[in-house]
Design a protein around this ligand. Structure first.
Ligand SMILES: NC(=O)c1ccc[n+]([C@@H]2O[C@H](COP(=O)([O-])OP(=O)(O)OC[C@H]3O[C@@H](n4cnc5c(N)ncnc54)[C@H](OP(=O)(O)O)[C@@H]3O)[C@@H](O)[C@H]2O)c1
Length: 320
Protein backbone atom coordinates (compact mmCIF):
# COMPACT_ATOMS: atom_id res chain seq x y z
CA UNK A 1 0.00 0.00 0.00
CA UNK A 2 1.28 3.49 -0.84
CA UNK A 3 1.04 5.64 2.28
CA UNK A 4 -0.17 9.20 1.61
CA UNK A 5 -1.65 11.97 3.73
CA UNK A 6 -5.04 10.25 3.21
CA UNK A 7 -3.79 7.66 5.69
CA UNK A 8 -2.74 10.24 8.25
CA UNK A 9 -4.84 10.08 11.43
CA UNK A 10 -6.71 13.16 12.63
CA UNK A 11 -4.44 15.61 14.43
CA UNK A 12 -7.25 17.57 16.07
CA UNK A 13 -6.33 18.86 19.50
CA UNK A 14 -2.61 18.32 18.89
CA UNK A 15 0.02 21.03 18.84
CA UNK A 16 2.83 20.55 16.34
CA UNK A 17 6.03 22.58 15.85
CA UNK A 18 7.70 22.37 12.42
CA UNK A 19 11.09 24.05 12.00
CA UNK A 20 11.86 25.57 8.60
CA UNK A 21 8.16 25.47 7.73
CA UNK A 22 8.21 28.30 5.20
CA UNK A 23 9.73 26.28 2.37
CA UNK A 24 9.96 22.88 0.67
CA UNK A 25 9.36 19.84 2.82
CA UNK A 26 8.67 21.84 6.00
CA UNK A 27 5.91 23.83 4.31
CA UNK A 28 4.25 20.67 3.00
CA UNK A 29 4.59 19.02 6.40
CA UNK A 30 2.95 21.99 8.13
CA UNK A 31 0.19 22.04 5.51
CA UNK A 32 -0.64 18.36 6.01
CA UNK A 33 -0.77 18.72 9.81
CA UNK A 34 -2.95 21.82 9.55
CA UNK A 35 -5.26 20.09 7.08
CA UNK A 36 -5.70 17.29 9.64
CA UNK A 37 -6.77 19.79 12.29
CA UNK A 38 -3.57 20.38 14.31
CA UNK A 39 -2.49 23.68 15.86
CA UNK A 40 0.69 24.16 13.84
CA UNK A 41 3.55 26.46 14.78
CA UNK A 42 5.73 27.48 11.85
CA UNK A 43 9.17 28.06 13.37
CA UNK A 44 11.07 30.08 10.76
CA UNK A 45 14.11 32.36 10.72
CA UNK A 46 12.78 34.99 8.29
CA UNK A 47 9.95 37.26 9.40
CA UNK A 48 8.86 37.92 5.85
CA UNK A 49 8.98 34.29 4.73
CA UNK A 50 7.33 33.03 7.92
CA UNK A 51 4.48 35.53 7.61
CA UNK A 52 4.10 34.77 3.92
CA UNK A 53 3.94 31.02 4.58
CA UNK A 54 1.38 31.42 7.38
CA UNK A 55 -0.83 33.63 5.20
CA UNK A 56 -0.53 31.26 2.25
CA UNK A 57 -1.40 28.21 4.35
CA UNK A 58 -4.53 29.86 5.69
CA UNK A 59 -5.65 30.78 2.20
CA UNK A 60 -4.89 27.32 0.81
CA UNK A 61 -6.74 25.60 3.61
CA UNK A 62 -9.63 28.04 3.59
CA UNK A 63 -10.70 27.80 -0.02
CA UNK A 64 -8.98 24.51 -0.84
CA UNK A 65 -7.89 25.81 -4.21
CA UNK A 66 -4.13 26.00 -4.42
CA UNK A 67 -4.13 27.37 -7.96
CA UNK A 68 -6.19 30.35 -6.84
CA UNK A 69 -4.12 31.08 -3.77
CA UNK A 70 -1.52 33.42 -5.21
CA UNK A 71 1.15 34.93 -2.96
CA UNK A 72 0.70 34.83 0.82
CA UNK A 73 -1.14 37.63 2.53
CA UNK A 74 0.31 40.08 5.04
CA UNK A 75 -2.94 41.18 6.58
CA UNK A 76 -2.61 39.38 9.91
CA UNK A 77 -0.17 40.77 12.46
CA UNK A 78 3.13 38.94 12.97
CA UNK A 79 3.00 35.95 15.36
CA UNK A 80 -0.82 36.00 15.38
CA UNK A 81 -2.64 32.69 15.63
CA UNK A 82 -4.73 32.16 12.51
CA UNK A 83 -7.75 29.92 12.96
CA UNK A 84 -8.66 27.53 10.15
CA UNK A 85 -12.28 26.99 9.12
CA UNK A 86 -12.10 23.20 9.54
CA UNK A 87 -10.45 23.42 12.99
CA UNK A 88 -6.82 23.81 13.96
CA UNK A 89 -4.71 26.88 13.45
CA UNK A 90 -1.46 28.21 12.06
CA UNK A 91 0.94 30.44 14.01
CA UNK A 92 4.27 31.76 12.80
CA UNK A 93 6.99 32.25 15.42
CA UNK A 94 10.54 33.42 14.88
CA UNK A 95 13.34 30.85 15.30
CA UNK A 96 16.91 31.08 14.05
CA UNK A 97 18.62 27.76 14.72
CA UNK A 98 21.99 29.33 13.95
CA UNK A 99 21.74 31.44 17.11
CA UNK A 100 21.32 29.78 20.52
CA UNK A 101 19.85 32.99 22.00
CA UNK A 102 17.10 32.84 19.37
CA UNK A 103 16.49 29.14 20.12
CA UNK A 104 16.12 30.01 23.82
CA UNK A 105 13.83 32.98 23.09
CA UNK A 106 11.63 30.91 20.77
CA UNK A 107 11.36 28.14 23.35
CA UNK A 108 10.45 30.54 26.18
CA UNK A 109 7.83 32.25 24.03
CA UNK A 110 6.40 28.91 22.90
CA UNK A 111 6.22 27.54 26.47
CA UNK A 112 4.46 30.70 27.69
CA UNK A 113 1.96 30.63 24.87
CA UNK A 114 1.16 26.96 24.23
CA UNK A 115 0.05 24.68 27.08
CA UNK A 116 0.88 21.52 25.15
CA UNK A 117 3.27 20.13 22.58
CA UNK A 118 2.55 16.77 20.94
CA UNK A 119 4.90 16.64 17.97
CA UNK A 120 8.19 18.35 17.24
CA UNK A 121 9.42 18.10 13.65
CA UNK A 122 13.10 19.02 13.42
CA UNK A 123 13.06 19.71 9.70
CA UNK A 124 15.01 22.91 8.98
CA UNK A 125 18.31 22.50 7.25
CA UNK A 126 20.95 23.90 4.97
CA UNK A 127 23.24 22.12 2.53
CA UNK A 128 26.76 22.99 1.35
CA UNK A 129 26.80 26.78 1.84
CA UNK A 130 30.24 28.46 1.67
CA UNK A 131 32.07 27.95 4.99
CA UNK A 132 30.60 30.18 7.68
CA UNK A 133 29.79 30.06 11.38
CA UNK A 134 26.72 30.49 13.53
CA UNK A 135 26.34 33.31 16.07
CA UNK A 136 27.94 30.97 18.62
CA UNK A 137 30.91 30.05 16.42
CA UNK A 138 29.74 26.60 15.26
CA UNK A 139 30.34 25.43 11.70
CA UNK A 140 27.13 26.53 9.99
CA UNK A 141 25.77 23.15 8.85
CA UNK A 142 26.50 21.37 12.16
CA UNK A 143 25.26 24.42 14.07
CA UNK A 144 21.97 24.70 12.19
CA UNK A 145 21.14 21.11 11.30
CA UNK A 146 22.20 19.43 14.55
CA UNK A 147 23.22 21.73 17.43
CA UNK A 148 20.33 24.20 17.02
CA UNK A 149 17.84 21.33 17.00
CA UNK A 150 19.60 19.66 19.94
CA UNK A 151 19.14 22.84 21.98
CA UNK A 152 15.55 23.35 20.82
CA UNK A 153 14.52 19.79 21.69
CA UNK A 154 16.17 20.08 25.11
CA UNK A 155 14.24 23.26 25.92
CA UNK A 156 10.91 21.80 24.76
CA UNK A 157 11.29 18.25 26.08
CA UNK A 158 9.57 18.79 29.47
CA UNK A 159 6.44 20.09 27.68
CA UNK A 160 6.58 17.23 25.15
CA UNK A 161 6.77 14.65 27.93
CA UNK A 162 3.50 15.95 29.39
CA UNK A 163 1.63 14.93 26.20
CA UNK A 164 -0.22 11.63 25.88
CA UNK A 165 1.73 10.26 22.90
CA UNK A 166 4.55 12.72 22.20
CA UNK A 167 6.77 12.39 19.15
CA UNK A 168 9.95 13.90 17.82
CA UNK A 169 10.90 13.50 14.17
CA UNK A 170 14.41 14.29 13.06
CA UNK A 171 14.83 14.96 9.33
CA UNK A 172 18.14 13.50 8.20
CA UNK A 173 19.31 12.53 4.70
CA UNK A 174 20.75 9.63 2.76
CA UNK A 175 23.84 11.88 2.73
CA UNK A 176 24.38 10.74 6.35
CA UNK A 177 26.52 8.11 4.61
CA UNK A 178 29.11 10.87 3.91
CA UNK A 179 29.39 11.65 7.62
CA UNK A 180 32.30 10.61 9.81
CA UNK A 181 32.38 12.77 12.95
CA UNK A 182 35.58 14.10 14.48
CA UNK A 183 34.29 15.09 17.89
CA UNK A 184 37.48 16.97 18.76
CA UNK A 185 36.99 19.17 15.67
CA UNK A 186 33.23 19.32 15.11
CA UNK A 187 33.59 22.89 13.84
CA UNK A 188 36.28 22.18 11.24
CA UNK A 189 38.91 24.51 12.69
CA UNK A 190 41.84 22.08 12.37
CA UNK A 191 40.98 20.44 9.03
CA UNK A 192 40.68 21.58 5.46
CA UNK A 193 36.95 22.34 5.07
CA UNK A 194 34.89 19.98 2.89
CA UNK A 195 31.34 21.28 2.61
CA UNK A 196 29.87 17.92 1.54
CA UNK A 197 31.57 16.09 4.42
CA UNK A 198 30.32 18.79 6.79
CA UNK A 199 26.76 18.28 5.49
CA UNK A 200 27.15 14.49 5.88
CA UNK A 201 28.47 15.06 9.43
CA UNK A 202 25.43 17.14 10.34
CA UNK A 203 23.07 14.52 8.90
CA UNK A 204 24.72 11.55 10.63
CA UNK A 205 24.60 13.69 13.80
CA UNK A 206 20.80 13.87 13.28
CA UNK A 207 20.67 10.06 13.38
CA UNK A 208 22.93 9.75 16.42
CA UNK A 209 20.73 12.31 18.16
CA UNK A 210 17.46 10.54 17.26
CA UNK A 211 18.80 7.20 18.50
CA UNK A 212 20.24 8.59 21.73
CA UNK A 213 17.13 10.67 22.51
CA UNK A 214 15.04 7.51 22.10
CA UNK A 215 17.36 5.54 24.40
CA UNK A 216 17.45 8.26 27.08
CA UNK A 217 13.83 9.45 27.02
CA UNK A 218 11.99 6.78 25.02
CA UNK A 219 9.84 5.65 27.95
CA UNK A 220 7.48 8.53 27.39
CA UNK A 221 8.46 9.54 23.87
CA UNK A 222 8.63 8.14 20.33
CA UNK A 223 11.60 9.44 18.36
CA UNK A 224 11.86 8.62 14.68
CA UNK A 225 14.07 9.82 11.85
CA UNK A 226 13.18 10.41 8.21
CA UNK A 227 14.85 11.25 4.93
CA UNK A 228 13.05 12.68 1.91
CA UNK A 229 15.07 10.99 -0.85
CA UNK A 230 15.66 13.60 -3.52
CA UNK A 231 13.11 16.39 -3.52
CA UNK A 232 13.25 19.61 -5.54
CA UNK A 233 13.44 22.44 -2.99
CA UNK A 234 15.55 25.47 -2.15
CA UNK A 235 18.01 23.13 -0.42
CA UNK A 236 19.86 22.55 -3.70
CA UNK A 237 20.50 26.26 -4.32
CA UNK A 238 24.25 25.87 -3.68
CA UNK A 239 24.57 22.77 -5.88
CA UNK A 240 25.88 22.83 -9.48
CA UNK A 241 23.39 21.73 -12.14
CA UNK A 242 20.61 21.53 -9.58
CA UNK A 243 17.89 22.59 -12.04
CA UNK A 244 18.43 19.92 -14.72
CA UNK A 245 19.20 17.27 -12.08
CA UNK A 246 16.04 18.15 -10.17
CA UNK A 247 14.01 17.95 -13.35
CA UNK A 248 15.39 14.46 -14.02
CA UNK A 249 15.42 12.89 -10.58
CA UNK A 250 13.60 14.87 -7.92
CA UNK A 251 10.20 14.41 -6.36
CA UNK A 252 7.82 17.27 -5.65
CA UNK A 253 7.85 18.69 -2.09
CA UNK A 254 4.45 17.18 -1.22
CA UNK A 255 5.88 13.72 -1.90
CA UNK A 256 9.21 14.49 -0.23
CA UNK A 257 7.25 15.36 2.92
CA UNK A 258 5.57 11.96 3.13
CA UNK A 259 8.41 10.13 4.96
CA UNK A 260 8.43 12.91 7.59
CA UNK A 261 4.65 12.76 7.96
CA UNK A 262 4.66 8.97 8.16
CA UNK A 263 7.46 9.09 10.75
CA UNK A 264 5.50 11.70 12.72
CA UNK A 265 2.09 10.02 12.74
CA UNK A 266 2.15 6.32 11.87
CA UNK A 267 1.17 4.04 14.72
CA UNK A 268 3.02 1.15 13.03
CA UNK A 269 6.46 2.56 13.79
CA UNK A 270 8.62 1.91 16.81
CA UNK A 271 10.86 4.56 18.30
CA UNK A 272 14.28 4.64 16.68
CA UNK A 273 13.05 3.69 13.20
CA UNK A 274 14.19 5.51 10.07
CA UNK A 275 11.77 6.22 7.22
CA UNK A 276 12.51 7.06 3.60
CA UNK A 277 11.13 6.61 0.08
CA UNK A 278 10.69 2.97 -0.92
CA UNK A 279 12.12 3.19 -4.49
CA UNK A 280 15.12 0.97 -5.18
CA UNK A 281 17.59 3.89 -5.04
CA UNK A 282 15.94 5.40 -1.97
CA UNK A 283 15.64 8.69 -3.88
CA UNK A 284 11.98 8.43 -4.82
CA UNK A 285 8.85 6.61 -3.77
CA UNK A 286 6.42 6.32 -0.91
CA UNK A 287 7.33 6.01 2.78
CA UNK A 288 8.77 2.79 4.12
CA UNK A 289 11.17 1.80 6.89
CA UNK A 290 14.69 2.49 5.60
CA UNK A 291 18.09 1.19 6.66
CA UNK A 292 20.56 3.75 7.99
CA UNK A 293 24.25 2.95 7.53
CA UNK A 294 26.17 0.95 10.11
CA UNK A 295 28.28 3.87 11.31
CA UNK A 296 25.15 5.84 12.30
CA UNK A 297 24.20 3.02 14.70
CA UNK A 298 27.38 3.37 16.80
CA UNK A 299 25.90 3.92 20.28
CA UNK A 300 29.20 4.93 21.83
CA UNK A 301 29.59 7.73 19.27
CA UNK A 302 25.96 8.76 19.85
CA UNK A 303 26.62 9.03 23.61
CA UNK A 304 29.79 11.05 23.09
CA UNK A 305 28.09 13.37 20.57
CA UNK A 306 25.32 13.93 23.12
CA UNK A 307 27.85 14.96 25.77
CA UNK A 308 29.69 17.23 23.30
CA UNK A 309 26.38 18.79 22.20
CA UNK A 310 25.41 19.51 25.83
CA UNK A 311 28.79 21.09 26.41
CA UNK A 312 28.71 23.23 23.24
CA UNK A 313 25.11 24.42 23.57
CA UNK A 314 24.97 24.63 27.37
CA UNK A 315 21.60 22.84 27.20
CA UNK A 316 21.48 19.96 29.67
CA UNK A 317 18.63 17.49 29.34
CA UNK A 318 16.88 16.54 32.54
CA UNK A 319 17.40 12.89 33.46
CA UNK A 320 14.32 10.76 34.13
N1 LIG B 1 15.32 18.23 -0.60
C1 LIG B 1 15.98 17.10 -0.52
O1 LIG B 1 16.19 16.38 -1.51
C2 LIG B 1 16.50 16.64 0.81
C3 LIG B 1 17.26 15.47 0.84
C4 LIG B 1 17.73 15.00 2.05
C5 LIG B 1 17.45 15.69 3.22
N2 LIG B 1 16.73 16.84 3.16
C6 LIG B 1 16.47 17.55 4.43
O2 LIG B 1 15.14 18.01 4.46
C7 LIG B 1 15.05 19.15 5.33
C8 LIG B 1 14.21 20.23 4.67
O3 LIG B 1 14.90 20.72 3.55
P1 LIG B 1 14.18 21.18 2.20
O4 LIG B 1 14.63 20.27 1.14
O5 LIG B 1 12.73 21.39 2.41
O6 LIG B 1 14.95 22.57 1.95
P2 LIG B 1 14.44 24.08 1.92
O7 LIG B 1 13.30 24.25 1.00
O8 LIG B 1 15.68 24.88 1.69
O9 LIG B 1 13.92 24.30 3.40
C9 LIG B 1 14.81 24.42 4.48
C10 LIG B 1 14.14 25.23 5.57
O10 LIG B 1 15.07 25.35 6.67
C11 LIG B 1 15.09 26.72 7.03
N3 LIG B 1 16.32 27.11 7.71
C12 LIG B 1 17.58 27.14 7.23
N4 LIG B 1 18.41 27.64 8.14
C13 LIG B 1 17.67 27.93 9.25
C14 LIG B 1 17.95 28.49 10.51
N5 LIG B 1 19.17 28.90 10.83
N6 LIG B 1 16.94 28.63 11.39
C15 LIG B 1 15.70 28.26 11.08
N7 LIG B 1 15.36 27.74 9.87
C16 LIG B 1 16.34 27.59 8.98
C17 LIG B 1 14.94 27.47 5.71
O11 LIG B 1 14.63 28.83 5.92
P3 LIG B 1 14.87 29.94 4.77
O12 LIG B 1 13.77 29.75 3.77
O13 LIG B 1 14.81 31.22 5.50
O14 LIG B 1 16.23 29.64 4.16
C18 LIG B 1 13.79 26.66 5.12
O15 LIG B 1 12.59 27.04 5.69
C19 LIG B 1 16.50 19.56 5.63
O16 LIG B 1 16.84 19.11 6.93
C20 LIG B 1 17.31 18.80 4.60
O17 LIG B 1 18.62 18.50 5.03
C21 LIG B 1 16.25 17.34 1.98
Amino acid sequence: MKWTTENMPSQQGKTVVVTGANSGIGFETAKAFARKGADVVLACRSLDKGEHAAGLLVRLLSNGDEAQAGPGGRNASAFARRELPAGGSVTFMHLDLADLASVRAFSQAFLERFPRLDTLVNNAGIMIPPRSETADGFEMQMGTNHLGHFALTGHLLPRLLEAEDPRVVVVSSSAHALGCLKLDDLNWRRRCYCKWRAYGDSKIANLYFAGELQRRHGKGLTVTAAHPGWTATNLQKNMCLSRPLNRMFAMEPWQGALPTLYAATSRDLRGGEFVGPDGCTGLRGYPAVAKPNKRSQDQDMARRLWDTSEELTGVRYETH
